[in-house]
Design a protein around this ligand. Structure first.
Ligand SMILES: [Zn+2]
Length: 166
């Protein structure tokens, strides 16, 4: 279960996901919060330029490695609109970050994308715990599911734009 403060961080993640979508990127956003509750960094997906590794959770893991001590990283929490993919989960584990709280699961995302006729991703959508068994993970948070689903629907509608299919 997440409390009101955590829900606020997750709502910010969804807001960042919406900004990503507006910018032509994929709708994902994440926030890094210190053990004392201070918001340290946030980012959104930036894959439109062609680098498909520009996921916000990956950027935040590298930011944490560059700017935080290992103790600070262990106490921190990463909030994110969609569960970490295996690449980002591994980065999170390698830099020794603490808890993860996600709004919607990878499993749910796959179901939505299948429903939208989007082809499978080249990376298997394994749950975070299969990649980083030691990390505490919280999610999904049902009250945000509709909003996140709507973003993925809009994202797909854009990619079906005839001008971009040609
Ligand atoms: Zn990722």
């Amino acid at each position: 279960m997440v409390d009101d403060v955590e829900l606020k961080h997750l709502r910010r993640c969804v807001e960042l996901a919406a900004k990503a979508l507006e910018a032509g990127d994929e709708p994902f956003g994440s926030v890094l919060v210190a053990g004392d509750g201070e918001v340290l960094a946030e980012d959104r997906n930036r894959v439109a330029g062609g680098d498909k590794t520009r996921h916000p959770e990956f950027e935040l893991a590298r930011w944490a490695a560059a700017n935080m001590t290992s103790d600070e990283r262990a106490m921190a929490t990463v909030f994110t609109s969609g569960e970490h993919c295996p690449m980002c989960a591994a980065a999170h584990g390698w830099v020794g970050l603490g808890r993860i709280v996600y709004a919607t699961s990878s499993q749910r995302l796959v179901a939505w994308l299948t429903e939208l006729g989007v082809s499978a991703s080249p990376v298997r959508p394994l749950p975070i715990q299969e990649i980083v068994p030691g990390v505490k993970v919280e999610g999904p948070v049902p009250e945000l599911a509709d909003q996140v689903r709507a973003l993925h629907h809009r994202s797909h509608a854009k990619s079906k734009d005839p001008a971009r299919q040609a």
